[in-house]
Design a protein around this ligand. Sequence first.
Ligand code: PGA
Length: 250
Amino acid sequence: MGKYIIAGNWKMNKLPSETYDFVKEVVEATKGAECEVVCCTPYVCLAPAIEAAKGTHVKIGAENLHFEDSGAFTGEVSADMLVDLGVDYVIIGHSERRAYNNETDETVNKKIVKALSKGLIPIVCVGESLEEREAGITMDLIAIQIKKAFAGITAEDAAKVVVAYEPIWAIGTGKTATDDQAEEVCGGIRNILAALYDDATAKAVTIQYGGSMNAKNCAGLLAKANIDGGLIGGASLKAPDFATIVAAAK
Ligand code: PGA
């Protein structure tokens, strides 16, 4: 299916002053990786992260961006700024940003369009709450999130996007989706993409699972046909744990 990608999402963790050494640790621990390895860091950690990853197999991502090119948006960061630093990936529409920062399906779409136009690879997060899962509307909700996220995006561009399926109830809770639950939704996402575009595009898209993926449960999840990697929060903050997950992705 899609290229295997294991991406760390540091969230609001780690200091700029500890970033260089930590990324060097990740580089060392993941030598020989058979998948793409990405560390997504807070904005202020990007420069030292890029410095540490320079000339290595590790790529660096941001955790957000603004959809405008420039202007009066105090506190925001543009795609051009990220590209200028040497950032390759950007997380878009994480459920924490949807919950706390007014991120909507519409802003998610605008950000994906902007990221792609500047050559950044978007990691687009979708996922249902526990209430929505219990109401039996998981796939309906995911279908809406995917269709709105990909609105106006060509097949050629869509193939470059990474989708992260992150059930909200599994994020940071230690409650992982079972291998079959995760596979069911990731396979469903691929079917939605095939219907929106075509089979080849749907197969090219990397679909990650995220939500309490760790060194212990990663092998089963990553063995599933439609799970092409992981977006890793807590376990990405410890290089040996992150490296175990990277080693399971092949
Ligand atoms: P977690 O976070 O691995 O700590 O559950 C995943 C994420 O939110 O991307």
